[in-house]
Write a protein that binds this ligand. Sequence first.
Ligand code: DAH
Length: 340
Amino acid sequence: MRDQLKSILEEATKQLRNASTMEEQEELRVKFLGKKGELTKILRSMGSVGAEERKAIGKLANETREEIERIIAVRKEELKAVQQKARFNAEALDVTEPGRPPKVGVRHPITRTIDEMTRIFMNMGFSLVEGPEIETVFMNFDALNAGPNHPSRDMTDTFYISEDVLLRTQTSPVQARTLLAQKPPIRIISPGRVFRSDTPDATHSPVFHQVEGMVVGENVTMADLKGTLAEFARQMFGRDTKTKFRPHHFPFTEPSAEVDVSCFKCGGKGCRVCKGSGWIEILGCGMVHPDVLKVGKIDTEKYTGYAFGIGAERIAMLKYEVDDIRLFYENDERFLKQFR
Ligand code: DAH
């Protein structure tokens, strides 16, 4: 039995030394010290041994157990250190390695164009207001002097949500909302998204953007309108830009005009951008119709106003020479990253 105990200790020492994981070590602990382990087996078979001898063997068995436990404890610390080291190695960071440059995005060309227009008008003292994209038929049409028979109210042009509610076809309803909410002097711009039931092609998109502007006050005249928009065009397209006001019709302005700018690409000689004419149409405008002012119960004897509406995509296409409006909405990085 003494020999058996001795060989158990030797075996345990040897095998524990070879155990390379905590799991293996635990298996060995069970194998040697567990309830069905080798040491227990020996103690069980002690019945045949005399009392004196049993005492001595019992002592030796306990010493053997203690020794094995001690070895296990030592091995455990060693294994822990080894495993920790392996983990540290695996997770090691090379703090001297140069970082990967983060991908920095750019503002979308439409956002950029709207921001630029907004900045120009805000520098002239306009303040920014917003209107809802889901609008009432009243605000989008009736309040703007486009009665029940106006062609733009047609289902084929407009996305209706119900009989009285639609996706706004223009930012102009913000004029009506502002006249209801503010008292003159009023000087606002309102950029935003608008919707028309158009089939997409190179120049049409069912969703696009406009920037609306309106000024109402005492002694506001067409000269103010012309001066403001001419200065806007110079800041937007270059100091040499000329403007031309052509008579036009909009239901909510009287008189109404469309504004052309001299081609900033060729300076007016005629080129691809201006289609040879030397001029480019950029916006609609006019003096606010008295019927529209009346929506806000504004005294039309005392106050007058002007308004304008600019298509953001159109400006961006001209400025950046983009020949297909759909490029703005495809989110193709090859297109977008050119606007750095
Ligand atoms: N709302 C018009 C459109 O979508 C653009 C416009 C024209 C706005 C004249 C105005 C304006 O404020 O005075 O075609």
